[in-house]
Ligand binder design. Structure first.
Ligand code: TPP
Length: 239
């Protein structure tokens, strides 16, 4: 049987490369799409089992070509905005997501959309579930709930000190899944890692817009956050 293909945008980044590794281990033909190629230790060991394609997600025609050429069944979209201003950030955050979804539609891969985000992001965009419900869009979302605007919290900790975290902490165990239920969607709260997969299966089976709210350890920080110096960090936040 022909191996299934998956495309990881931002595949050379920390999150993209780690996700790619999981697909490689599961035997998928894995295509890593990124604007730069560099050595990622744990991917080097698997060199024969993945391909790199250089490109920008802005170039949606190229993404579409790859999807068709490799018969890609799923796209994991993990671009990180390498941006110096809010317009570039908007471009990377919103326009690139739109383009990737358009590519899926044009290639007839409009099967199931999964959305991964933080509890802070739910605070910014949670009411979109009202739109999903009204338009009958069974998007399944997974919240990595660390009870904080994690990236910003870790920056404050690094730059100003542990006792000067300002306006970044959120309520522990907040039930965003119940908000989604109240809006007419499907929700589950998950604490144990082994419960994530069955919860995802139930969410997909519900055929409703869904929120799997997963409580995670608030301590780890993304290595890119830790690598940002204060100047670069403030630029990245558009300040
Ligand atoms: C639209 C928008 N507003 C603000 C920011 C700045 N920002 C970067 S990280 C972050 C906090 C995100 O918190 P959360 O969604 O909980 O994710 P975590 O960092 O905890 O994984 C914010 C507000 C952004 N990137 N985009």
């Amino acid at each position: 049987m022909e191996k299934k293909s998956v495309l990881v945008t931002g595949g050379m980044g920390f999150v993209g490369a780690n996700i790619a590794l999981k697909f490689i281990e599961e035997g998928y033909q894995t295509i890593l799409y990124d604007i730069t190629q560099h050595e990622v230790d744990f991917l080097e060991e698997e060199k024969e089992r993945w391909r790199f394609v250089k490109g920008d997600v802005d170039d949606w025609r190229k993404v579409l070509e790859i999807v068709k050429e490799y018969r890609v069944e799923g796209i994991v979209h993990c671009v990180l905005p390498i941006a110096s201003g809010s317009m570039e950030m908007t471009k990377a955050n919103f326009d690139a997501c739109y383009d990737v979804l358009e590519v899926c539609r044009l290639a007839n891969r409009d099967k199931q959309v999964f959305l991964y985000y933080g509890d802070g992001t739910f605070g910014l965009n949670g009411m979109e579930f009202d739109t999903f419900v009204r338009h009958n869009l069974p998007i399944v979302s997974v919240i990595s709930n660390d009870s904080a605007w994690g990236m910003v919290k870790h920056m404050h900790r690094m730059w100003y000190g542990e006792d000067r975290l300002t306006g970044t902490l959120l309520k522990t165990g907040q039930r965003y899944d119940k908000v989604v239920e109240a809006l007419g969607g499907y929700g589950e709260y998950v604490i144990r890692i082994e419960d994530i997969k069955p919860a995802l299966a139930r969410a997909v089976a519900s055929r409703l817009p869904a929120c799997i709210n997963v409580e995670v350890d608030p301590k780890p920080a993304h290595p890119v956050t830790m690598a940002l110096d204060r100047h670069m960090g403030l630029l990245a936040l558009g300040q």
